[in-house]
Design a protein around this ligand. Structure first.
Ligand code: UDP
Ligand code: MN
Length: 778
């Protein structure tokens, strides 16, 4: 018995011990759980903040990396594609092969014709000039060559060069003469004008003995001859697209009027290149052997593209005519305004700069090209000094302006514009290749309406292999928040509604920036660019908003195509921090042009720009004044009329603020907050959750105050302490309102007993910390 009692007493002790131990264990466990919960909380919050930063980085990265755009929808120019696009059947043969093949084929033809002993390359029926483009001969198709009278592709061999020399007008007249029965008085007048023009152009050329210079001169002469002849031939041609001619053109064109029209000139001095087998010829990919790899790498950073290959490609290489078929048939006016082409550059690679200039010289009608202005934005490379001067001295139309200090592309362009003599300014980047027939379709739009700002389709020259790539049809420039430029297809409904064909001008909400033409007077009326923009970035947004909101229009012209090397990085230095420069430029644009929508700009990762201590965006008085004087429309108008598919809600969320735990809504009465039964009809219960992450009613913002309280403060965008995170990630705190600038992440919580608010450590499952607005707009 005693034993049993002792045993029980002993085991009772053990039991008691076990009991006490488990209680202690439990207590420890609970504490640990609490700790880990907190950890989870802050970890989640950390993750979210990191994620937000990532999103911002990605968005900004889009500006940083692609710069003028999201991924550009490219197609490698492929014969099959070109043919399919032009709707004339298909062939699996690469364009390059076709070119090679046909090049030889056509050489034969050329020789044959030359053997006829005529001065001018012409058809056996005497009608003149060939279009040696690859469309005329698909292997296996052997379509009869369609000799297009308006396409002048002239190969100047020494023999026919001599034949032309000194007699272009005579030649043209003799051609006209053969068609005399058709020629009317207007045609003859036209020819005489061209003659006068030719005499003038020729007189402008300084006498020189250099063989190359002579060659250029002769080319121009031939082109003019061709132009005049073609003008003489053009009258019977019917417009393939409806085109307001002569008096139908709008009065606000600055161009001197001439009544006639002609088929767009497809002048291309490179279509029969000297060396058909040269690297990169016809826009083909240039390939470097593995042995050259080191060399390619070494030179890459000079331009952030394959500089090594670029130097191997002829400066006047041929590229494929990527225009939609109908473009070559379009009519344009005879009296188009002349243009100054402005290239500004800083430390541009020699070969790409020269190829850009040659592409303009070789593929622009001389009478429309007033001059080419090269603005050297204080380059540091030696070859861009005397060597460039010497090289360009052979081209009388090329002028070089040198800036005395680095201005950035915006002010460099303005320096070019200030001295330009043409009626139209055409801005181009310094690493482009203008394609055949690129210029007239641009000038035509300005001729029809001086407030139109036409941009060519920007095609892609590969940064890796320098191949010329065609881009998708119906692409237009747009922006996404925070003012990131990108490409997007025209909505199919718009194409249908407007019966658009692939060659029709495309309304373009934002231009890419690098390449466009603008009436010079109009450019100055608009107040040019904001000269307060530095180096690079945002200027395309600025000029686009300005043009649209102040009465102009931006268009992409599918019949005008220019290749551009899109690079991964800017190869030049930014005098100040690159990111800060771009941010500052964009903030200037937002402040002047975005009205109430500027919150969307700042709200997409640029909150910090509102703090004047962080960034000084400079004085905007003149820009704001300009907008007023020009009586420009609102940004709201722009969104509704120019870019209606853009989603731009002015706040992130709105309506009642429902607390899940309390099942009541927040209300504001006489400056104090309380909870009430939800009622949509009560204005006191309506709040906005803004882009500045404010919980806001009128001018009052809910703000954390002290360690656990809150206050109603007057809203101020520059104050980070008024901001709350809400719905900004998928974490366990997605429904919470997390004070952004309170240490130890604190959440807004409804007090169940007192129907008021508190700030407590965030708990994922606490329903009193979960909130819901009636409408989420973003
Ligand atoms: N550029 C300039 N000064 C600058 C920055 C750029 O003259 O401070 C020139 C540059 O050489 C180029 C044009 O401006 O011809 C556009 O710049 P970039 O090609 O870098 O812009 P992206 O095409 O990459 O947007
Ligand atoms: Mn560029």
């Amino acid at each position: 018995m005693m034993r049993l009692r002792r045993y029980l007493r002993d085991s009772g002790r053990v039991l008691a011990f076990v009991f006490v131990a488990s209680v202690i264990w439990l207590l420890f466990d609970m504490a640990a759980l609490r700790l880990s919960l907190n950890e989870v909380n802050s970890q989640l919050l950390k993750e979210r903040v990191i994620k937000e930063k990532e999103i911002f980085k990605q968005q900004f990265g889009a500006t940083q990396h692609m710069k003028r755009g999201f991924k550009h929808p490219v197609q490698r120019v492929d014969w099959a594609v070109t043919q399919a696009r032009k709707g004339t059947g298909t062939s699996g043969v690469k364009l390059a092969q076709v070119y090679r093949h046909e090049g030889k084929e056509q050489d034969k033809k050329w020789n044959f014709i030359k053997k006829q002993g005529d001065d001018v390359p012409k058809r056996d029926d005497g009608a003149a000039l060939y279009n040696f483009t690859p469309k005329q001969g698909v292997p296996g198709k052997k379509k009869k060559v369609n000799f297009d009278l308006n396409v002048a592709v002239v190969n100047i061999t020494h023999k026919n060069k001599l034949a032309y020399k000194g007699e272009p007008v005579k030649v043209a007249q003799s051609l006209l003469h053969r068609k005399d029965s058709k020629a009317n008085k207007a045609v003859k007048n036209q020819l005489q004008e061209e003659e006068a023009h030719l005499v003038k152009t020729t007189a402008e050329q300084p006498a020189n003995t250099d063989k190359e210079k002579q060659d250029v001169k002769d080319r121009e002469q031939v082109l003019v001859t061709v132009t005049s002849t073609l003008h003489a031939e053009k009258e019977p041609v019917k417009p393939s697209v409806s085109l307001p001619v002569g008096g139908h053109a709008k009065d606000n064109s600055t161009a001197v009027r001439k009544p006639g029209v002609h088929k767009v000139l497809s002048l291309d001095m490179t279509a029969r290149p000297r060396d058909a087998n040269a690297v990169g010829q016809f826009g083909q990919a240039a390939l470097a052997g593995w042995k050259e790899d080191a060399e390619v790498r070494k030179r890459w950073d000079e331009g952030y593209f394959n500089v090594y290959l670029s130097e191997k490609i002829p400066l006047d290489r041929a590229i494929p005519d990527t225009r939609p078929d109908m473009c070559a048939q379009n009519l344009v006016h005879d009296g188009l305004p002349s243009t100054s082409v402005i290239f500004c550059f800083v430390d541009e690679v020699w070969s790409t700069l020269l190829r850009s200039v040659h592409s303009v010289l070789n593929r622009s009608p001389p009478h429309l090209l007033k001059e080419i202005i090269l603005v050297d934005d204080f380059s540091t490379k030696d070859y861009l000094k005397k060597q460039l001067d010497d090289y360009m001295a052979q081209f009388p139309k090329v002028r070089i302006i040198r800036l005395k200090e680095r201005q950035g592309l915006i002010r460099a362009r303005l320096a070019g514009a200030a001295v330009a003599k043409g009626e139209v300014l055409t801005f181009l980047d310094s690493h482009v290749e203008c394609n055949v027939g690129w210029l007239e379709p641009l000038l035509e739009r300005i001729y029809l309406d001086r407030k139109k700002v036409p941009c060519p389709v920007i095609e892609v020259i590969s940064d890796k292999d320098m191949s010329y790539m065609m881009v998708d049809n119906f692409q237009r420039g747009i922006f996404k928040w925070p003012l990131v430029f990108g490409w997007s297809a025209v909505p199919p409904a718009d194409i249908k509604k407007n019966n658009m064909t692939i060659s029709d001008p495309i309304r373009c909400p934002v231009m890419a920036g690098g390449l466009f033409s603008i009436d010079k007077k109009y450019f100055f009326e608009l107040g040019t660019y904001d000269p307060g923009l530095d180096v690079w970035g945002g200027e395309n947004m600025e000029i686009s908003f300005k043009i649209w909101m102040c009465g102009g229009e931006i268009e992409i012209i599918p019949c005008s195509r220019v290749g551009h090397i899109f690079r991964g990085q800017n190869p030049y230095k930014f005098p100040k921090d690159r990111q800060k420069t771009v941010e500052r430029n964009l903030a200037r644009v937002a402040e002047v042009w975005l009205d109430e929508y500027k919150d969307l700009f700042y709200g997409h990762g640029y909150h910090h720009l509102q703090d004047k201590k962080v960034i000084d965006i400079g004085n905007l008085t003149e820009q704001i004044e300009l907008r007023k004087n020009l009586k420009c429309k609102s940004f709201k108008w722009y969104l509704e009329n120019v870019y209606p598919d853009m989603v731009a809600p002015l706040v992130k969320a709105e309506g009642l603020v429902f607390n899940r735990g309390l099942r009541k809504c927040l209300a504001l009465h006489n400056g104090s907050l309380s909870f009430e039964t939800c009622d949509l009809s009560k204005q006191a219960q309506h709040f906005n959750y803004t882009w500045m992450r404010h919980i806001r009613q009128q001018n009052l913002c809910v703000a954390p105050r002290g360690s656990s309280g809150f206050a109603l403060l007057s809203c101020d965008n520059t104050k980070p302490e008024l901001r709350w995170f809400h719905k900004s990630s998928n974490s366990a705190l997605v429904e919470h309102l997390i004070a952004e600038f309170v240490s130890h992440h604190m959440c807004l919580e409804a007090e169940s007993r007192s129907d008021t608010l508190r700030l407590n450590p965030c708990e994922p499952s606490n329903t009193f910390q979960k909130w819901e607005f009636t409408h989420y707009l973003a």
